[in-house]
Each structure stands twice: as structure tokens, then as C-alpha cells.
Design a protein around this ligand. Sequence first.
Ligand SMILES: Nc1ncnc2c1ncn2[C@@H]1O[C@H](COP(=O)(O)OP(=O)(O)OP(=O)(O)O)[C@@H](O)[C@H]1O
Ligand SMILES: [Mg+2]
Length: 327
Amino acid sequence: MVVLVLWAGGIDIQAGRLSQGVVIAFINYANQILLALLIVSNLIILLTKSMASAARVNEVLDTPAEMADPERAPEPPAGAPAVEFRDVSFAYAGTGNRALEHVGVSIPKGQTVGIIGGTGSGKTTFVNLIGRFYEATSGCVLVEGVPVGRWPLRTLRGKIGLVPQHAALFTGTVAENIRWGRPDAGMDEIRAAAVAAQADGFIRRLPRGYDSPVERGGANFSGGQRQRLTIARALVADPPVLILDDAASALDFLTEARLREALRKTGRGRTVLVVSQRVGTVRGADRILVFDGGRIVGDGTHEALLRECAAYREICLSQLPAKEARA
Ligand SMILES: Nc1ncnc2c1ncn2[C@@H]1O[C@H](COP(=O)(O)OP(=O)(O)OP(=O)(O)O)[C@@H](O)[C@H]1O
Ligand SMILES: [Mg+2]
């Protein structure tokens, strides 16, 4: 365009019919119009793109949940166990292998249950079924005597505090991360939860204490610190059922012992499920479930299992000094 205008304008300037200024002004105006046209054409592209994206986002939002979510909470029967599995089998979608096979167990309220077993034996799958993160393929999971499918999801998950195997923290501050457990928790409750989770000590030593920033995924904390923050997050909600899925695996033995002690002191009447690979973590529990290949192969106290359960004895022998394991 500029070349054309200069060409035609040049001839007229030569002939004395136009001044140079008029040609330059013309080029400037034309440039401005062109620029505006460019923006409009970009806008049209953006608009079509965003319309297509909006349609897909709506598609996702409109997808009905596969899991039915009842509106009204049922009245739980009195004296029912906190958690009960009735002949539950479960296979992850798309896999033929069963991660749990014919699991039947009843956990009374207030009991502390240790869950131990090799990697891939189905421990995480077991605890995830309690919070109804998956539906059992067959059999029935009951919480407080009511099948999990009949609890509204919000109510059910309000009853269960799950500290997942992989500590997940979010961008924000330490206090905000703990407050995820209960959005209306006050600063005192947050501090109390952190004290019980053995996190208060290191939080206080941070330059900005509870207002210290947390990077995405908690990248600026150590593995053990992350675990303690997620435990505090579960504790602040004070759930009737607390599940720790290998949540103390990165803690040293002394800190872990203190954590167990604090949990026992603060959680009277609370049902606690402690998943661990370590015998030391579960041996003090009221009862230990031994998982192997998706089945429960042992159920009893540390002493009873040592006598009766070969799988448990094997785990003990691999971890404890031989004398202690035999004793
Ligand atoms: N999301 C998934 N999709 C498909 N298969 C899975 C999935 N999660 C676990 N599995 C399979 O289910 C089985 C049980 O896994 P699970 O996570 O319950 O083991 P685990 O006892 O918690 O092990 P670990 O001690 O290593 O945490 C494993 O064989 C595993 O391969
Ligand atoms: Mg696991």
C-alpha cells in the first residue's frame, strides 16, 4: 500500500498537483486504519476460538456425575460400627486384576487400627473406598452402619479425615493450607492442630510463622514437613474417623512417636486407621489388619499376629531385631 501511494503520489508531486506533506499524512491515516482492521481480524479469530472452548467447558460442566449423591442424610442406626466392609471386591476401571478381594471387616467406634502390608497389597485402595472415592465392584462399604452410597458425599467426607499417601499442599500460606480442613477454623484451632501434628515447632521457626508462604505443591518444605502440614489439615476438622495413609513415612522415629502420643491424647473416641509399612508404627494399635494381594490375611493384636500370621511374622522379621520379633 505504501509503495502504491508513494508511486502515485510521487507522480502528482512531480507534476506539482500535490504537496509532499499531503502524501505523508495520507500514508499515516491509511496505517491507522490498517492497524484497526488487524485488531478486528484478530478479535474475530479469538472469538471463534473462545466460542469453541466455551462449548467444551460447558460439556464438561454438564456431564452428570456417575456417582449418585443423595440429598438427605439418613439416620444412622445406634451402636453401628464406624466402618464396615461386607465381602467387598474392587477392581480399578480398565484393569482386569482385582485390587481387593472379598474383604470383610468391621471396625468399632473408637478403635485404633493399624494396616500393614507390602507395596501394592491394596491398603490405599481399602481406605479410599471408605471415603467413596471409588464404588466397590461388589459387596458393600458401610460408614456408621449406613452404606456409603446413601450418605450425601459432603456429609460422608465430613466424617472422614483422610491424610493421603502423597502430601498435597497448595499455593498460599501455612495457615491457609491448614484451614482447608475447615474453612471457619480460627487461629487457635489451627495452632492446636499444628501442635498435635508436631508441626508447630518448625512453623514457629519460619521467619513469618503461620503466614509463611507455601509454594505450589509445597515445594519449599521438606517431605516430613509437608506430611505434618497435611496431618494438621486433617486434624483441624476433628473428624470422627481419621485415616493416615502412610502419612508418617517421612518422619523420624522420635517425631512419629510424639505424633502417635498426641493423636491418642487429643482424639478420645475417635476411630483411627493408620496405614504403614513400618511395624513400629502399627504395633501399638488396638488391632492390626495385614494385607496381602488384596486380601486381609491377618487380623488381631501384634502379639497374636506374631504367633498366628506367617505374613506378619515375615514383615516383623525383616524390620525388627530377630530377638524382639521372636519374643
Ligand atoms: N488408579 C489405579 N488404577 C489402576 N490400578 C491401580 C490404581 N491404583 C492402584 N492400582 C493397583 O491396585 C493395587 C493395589 O494398590 P494400592 O495403591 O492399594 O496399594 P498399597 O497397598 O497402598 O501400596 P503402597 O504401600 O505402595 O502404597 C496395585 O496392584 C496397583 O497396581
Ligand atoms: Mg498406598
